[in-house]
Design a protein around this ligand. Structure first.
Ligand code: SF4
Length: 341
């Protein structure tokens, strides 16, 4: 199982590590090395199926970070994108956190940096900053309250009506929150995820019209689904067929749905968990090109390299982590933290 690709790739190259089959020898070696490192393996729902299958836990970024914090393991191997591994480090500062490929970024998290946020705050002195969890540790450190898609409305509603709010980085989620809260003093950063741009209104409406009996599962956690969330709210697709569900609720709903076909508006990696939960249901992606290349950088070769070499270790400046942790804690204090999304 040699790791053959990308170790010496030039900076900026996003070619995934390759050359390793996800066979039984690989599985045995991954489990052996994880035991040797006292590591817990976490996989986001949008990971490759073979990575999800070998992980100790699958789920959304925040649920996984909480599992990591509660785990007895001294090392966390976070199979996801970089801001997620950072969030795990923020919540578990004394544990070693590894991501199998540190180049696995997020176009949504990259749409605003700390300097841009500081400049925006300077234009709106006294405003409350609300950041979606898809942000870097530095941006979280400049944030008053974090939010997930499922609690964003509650978080914004908890802020006194006369205070200005800066909402970032996702413009679709921001538009949804603005509509739901009716606030006109909520300013939205014009960020977006490159994957959700592929789930557009006409395509969503056409797929729903072609399958009139199908349920439509819309997953709000990742940026890829926020455009669908927005469109459902706008009535572009029939509201009674649209179910805005967290990951955990999506899997639960999959087990009890009477629909024979379910259209899934989110990153395609989610289909693996749904098909495992309800093999008799025909789950179809609204857009089968809605695949996050960053998520798919965590390959069998990358995971093997990570466990063999203790790479790539995630570091967050302790002072930044402390401030970022405050923003996450304030979200949890407000109520539903978005479990299982
Ligand atoms: S799907 Fe979009 S929001 Fe989610 S990790 Fe990939 S780039 Fe980021």
């Amino acid at each position: 199982m040699p790791v053959t690709a990308a170790a010496a790739e030039p900076a900026g190259d996003l070619t995934p590590y390759g050359g390793v089959e996800a066979d039984s020898a690989w599985r045995d070696e991954v489990r052996r090395l994880a035991g040797e490192r006292d590591a817990v393996l976490l996989a986001h729902n949008y990971q490759l199926p073979e990575i999800q299958d070998i992980a100790d836990h699958t789920g959304d970024s925040l649920a996984l970070s909480r599992i990591a914090a509660e785990s007895d393991a001294s090392t966390i191997v976070f199979c996801g994108v970089h801001f997620m591994a950072e969030t795990a480090k923020i919540l578990s500062p004394h544990k070693t956190v590894l991501i199998p490929d540190a180049r696995a970024g997020c176009s949504l998290a990259d749409s605003i940096d700390a300097a841009q946020l500081r400049a925006w705050k300077a234009e709106h002195p006294g405003a409350v900053v609300v950041s979606y969890v898809n942000t870097t540790a530095e941006v979280k450190a400049e944030t008053d309250i974090c939010c997930t898609s499922s609690n964003a409305v509650d978080v914004v509603a908890s802020i006194p009506a006369d205070r200005e709010v800066l909402f970032l980085p996702d413009q679709f989620l921001g538009a949804h929150v603005k509509r739901e809260t009716g606030r006109d003093n909520l300013h939205v950063w014009a960020g977006e995820c490159h994957v959700h741009a592929g789930i557009n209104g006409p395509e969503l409406a056409a797929r729903a019209a072609a399958d009139p009996d199908a349920d439509l599962f819309v997953h709000p956690e990742c940026g890829c689904a926020t455009s669908a969330l927005y469109l459902a709210g706008e009535g572009v697709v029939p509201a009674d067929q649209v179910k805005i569900l967290s990951t955990g609720d999506m899997v639960t709903e999959a087990r009890s749905t009477r629909a024979r076909t379910v259209l899934v508006a989110t990153e395609v990696g989610m289909l693996h968990q749904l098909r495992r939960a309800a093999p008799e249901v025909d789950f179809r992606a609204v857009n089968d090109r809605a695949s996050c290349r960053y998520m798919k950088m965590i390959t069998p070769a990358a995971l093997l390299r990570s466990l063999r070499e203790g790479a790539d270790e995630v570091h967050v400046d302790p002072a930044v982590a402390e401030r970022a942790r405050g923003a996450v804690r304030r979200m949890i204090e407000i109520g539903k933290p978005g479990s299982g999304e």
